[in-house]
Write a protein of this length. Structure first.
Length: 363
């Protein structure tokens, strides 16, 4: 786990009617070569686990005159290490930034519960501060792409809906959103999504929010990714354990509350690309089939609920993709990048969101 000394300190400028972004001091990231990190302090944890912070990671300082920037948010049991994704955007003129949310990845401290929150809306604090930092660095003419994977896809979608209503000037700087296998509903048997089960989760979360859900730990997804098993990717297993972090009742209640809000319909307010696998496969043991499916979430839920994100959503199933489509085997990975590149070209040709070409949900 990282300590407060792993990243630079940040001083926050006084807020006026439009709060100024934090003044950051960047220093080399300990996990990725040629990347820099600065930490946004967030004060005491509302869930009583001490001081919290959110490290912002960038792929070097932005080039003068860059066309825009990306703000990327990880999923559960995850942190930013996907350098090829940053390289892809950088080659197309986008500065790249990633945020490790409070108590996640680089921000996790001793005696904190990994990825624990009882309200996904609390993440809007670091998301909005990070957005202001990025806008301050890339300049007035640049536009921002927001990216979110899995839980990060749900969290960023809810945040964009809030930003559209509460901070329209900030929201107007967002060019689009890329959701990589977003967590839009609870996977598993249908009974788990019923009202009685929801009420049980909520009741336990109220009295024992850090109680761990009883579930069998699966190593299959981790084994499919990490180079020490059957994968090709190198990352820190302390920050992204092979079998994942335990899931608590408080966290799952926060996720379910966010999903219910989305199911009633939100509006992220920008062209949105949803990338997902074409199939799910639920198993606890690794096999070659694991490499060609989403074994974490149910892709049928992504197909069902993506239309509730807004009215300019494109859903692209990627044949043979893993849960993180950009960590898929090479053929599927290349398909995902090709779909992303085509979508970027489309939204970049039309600066007026009212006439964006990515209209409707294509499945």
């Amino acid at each position: 786990m990282s300590s407060p000394d792993d990243a630079a300190a940040v001083t926050t400028a006084p807020e006026a009617d439009a709060p100024a972004p934090p003044a950051l001091t960047w220093q080399p990231d300990r996990y990725l070569d040629r990347y820099e990190i600065a930490t946004i302090p967030l004060g005491p944890d509302p869930d009583d686990e001490g001081p919290i912070s959110a490290p912002l990671i960038r792929r070097t300082a932005p080039d003068p005159g860059c066309r825009g920037a990306v703000l990327h948010v990880h999923g559960f049991t995850d942190y930013f290490f996907q350098q090829p994704l940053a390289d892809f955007f950088h080659a197309r003129g986008y500065a790249f930034y990633a945020l490790d949310l409070r108590k996640c990845g680089r921000s996790l401290r001793e005696n904190q519960t990994p990825h624990f929150t009882t309200d996904l809306s609390r993440y809007r604090e670091e998301l909005t501060l990070a957005l202001r930092v990025v806008l301050g660095e890339v300049g007035a003419g640049a536009r921002i792409i927001v990216g979110g994977h899995s839980t990060g896809g749900l969290t960023t979608s809810l945040w964009l809906d809030e930003l559209r209503r509460d901070a329209p000037e900030l929201h107007s700087r967002i060019e689009g959103a890329v959701l990589n296998s977003p967590w839009l509903d609870l996977q598993g048997d249908a009974v788990l999504r019923t009202y009685p089960v929801t009420m049980v989760i909520k009741a336990v979360a109220k009295v024992k929010p850090k109680q761990v859900l009883p579930q069998e730990i699966s190593m299959a997804y981790g084994h499919s990714l990490h180079e020490s098993a059957h994968g090709e990717w190198s990352y820190d297993l302390n920050l992204k354990p092979m079998g994942g972090f335990p899931v608590t009742f408080g966290f799952i209640d926060a996720v379910r509350s966010g999903q219910r809000r989305l199911h009633h319909g939100i509006d992220v307010g920008v062209p949105t690309l949803v990338l997902r696998s074409n199939a799910s496969l639920f198993t606890h043991a690794y096999s070659p089939e694991v490499d060609a499916a989403d074994i974490v979430l149910d892709v049928r839920h992504m197909a069902q609920w993506s239309a509730h994100l807004g009215d300019r959503v494109r859903v692209v199933p990627i044949t043979g993709a893993r849960h993180d489509v950009f960590l898929s085997a090479k053929p599927a990975r290349e398909s995902a990048y090709r779909a992303l590149g085509e979508w970027l070209a489309e939204i970049g040709r039309d600066p007026d969101p009212a006439h964006a070409t990515s209209t409707g949900v294509a499945q």
